[in-house]
Design a protein around this ligand. Structure first.
Ligand code: SF4
Ligand code: MG
Length: 334
């Protein structure tokens, strides 16, 4: 079966002041129909950059220098800007950390929904689009949706606003929703509600999700599979339960080892000691070698490919298809 999304060897470079930095280096993954893929990593690992490349909204100076993006069996990275833009609302919905970036402060939320619905289905009569807008608000759990539809974004709390953004992302019946830290700006008390709402609605609407977060707890509770990013590369990818219980890559092992209880909310990857290499100074060979106790000569020279390790795929010279070949005693950050 064709995956909803296929990302092949995605490489993104950023040019600033005559220098070129590689922000993503040969990223490969796919998302199946109805699947939730978690993307986890420290800040600067390339999570948001991957999402931005998918919706065609890379920051200034950044561009895709190689690789291919396929959505529902159609290549999208080489489409003209206008078609790319159409795709953005229609087939790929986006939810960002700050709901206000997705909302027009001067427009009633019902109107914003109606506009989005009609942008993708111009033949739909206004009254019908309005009814659908109210239905979407109701589905996202907003009380008195008829009244709320007539209000402006500033009249909503942060959590309610993010529900409106979820309604907007679903308005065009997308195949894929990219959610980049969708609850990071919200009160801890409502984060879980918003995540479970997103998960339930995506399922009901038949959309897959790429969930970008640095909260391992959110991944553990929500995602089917997880991709671990490190310095612009995927170092491990596999089923969430496998990666959590039997991580293969030394970085993932260290990550899991440093987390006392994976199911506790609010676990941030930044709690790990040491730091990821600067993009301007990415090491040759394995990107993790400066922090890896198991590093060998080969690791400093050659980049390990992502290869099947039994339970998951990992990019490490030490891991082997029989699994757990990296001795735990060697897994330590320095
Ligand atoms: Fe990288 Fe080598 Fe460590 Fe594996 S053993 S993570 S290839 S440095
Ligand atoms: Mg980010």
């Amino acid at each position: 079966k064709t995956p909803i999304l296929e990302v092949k060897n995605l490489t993104v470079e950023i040019s600033t002041r005559g220098k070129t930095l590689r922000a993503l280096d040969g990223v490969d993954f796919s998302i199946a129909e109805g699947e939730i893929l978690g993307m986890v990593g420290e800040s600067g690992a390339g999570k948001s950059m991957t999402g931005q490349a998918l919706i065609g909204l890379l920051p200034a100076g950044a561009r895709i220098t190689s690789g291919e993006l396929w959505l529902e069996g159609k290549r999208i990275d080489n489409l003209p800007d206008r078609e790319r833009e159409r795709l953005r609302g229609k087939s790929i919905g986006a939810i960002f950390q700050d709901p206000l970036t997705s909302l027009d402060p001067l427009m009633k939320v019902g109107e914003q929904l109606v506009e989005t619905i009609r942008a993708h289905r111009p033949e739909m009569p206004r009254a019908q689009a309005k009814a659908r807008a109210i239905e979407l608000l109701r589905e996202t759990g907003i009380p008195s949706p008829e009244v709320r539809a007539e209000q402006y974004p500033h009249q909503f709390s942060g959590g309610m606003r993010q529900r409106v953004v979820i309604a907007l992302a679903l308005a065009a019946d997308p195949k894929l929703i990219i959610a980049d830290e969708p609850t990071t700006a919200l009160d801890v008390s409502i984060q879980a509600q918003i995540i479970s709402l997103l998960k339930r609605l995506a399922h009901e609407h038949g959309a897959s999700i790429m969930l970008i977060t640095h909260d391992m707890g959110v991944i553990a509770e929500t995602a089917d599979r997880v991709a671990v990013l490190y310095s612009g590369e995927i170092v491990e990818i596999g089923n969430v339960a496998d990666v959590i219980s039997r991580p293969q890559h030394p970085y993932t092992k260290g990550l899991m080892g440093s987390i006392p209880d994976i199911h506790a909310p609010g676990l941030w990857l930044e709690q790990i000691e040491g730091s990821m290499p600067d993009l301007a100074d990415r090491p040759k060979g394995c990107p993790f070698h400066p922090r890896c106790r198991a590093a060998m000569e080969k690791c400093r020279e050659c980049r390990p490919p992502l290869a099947s390790m039994g339970t998951s795929d990992a990019a490490c010279w030490l891991a082997s298809p029989t699994g757990n070949a990296v001795p735990d005693s060697l897994v330590r950050f320095h």
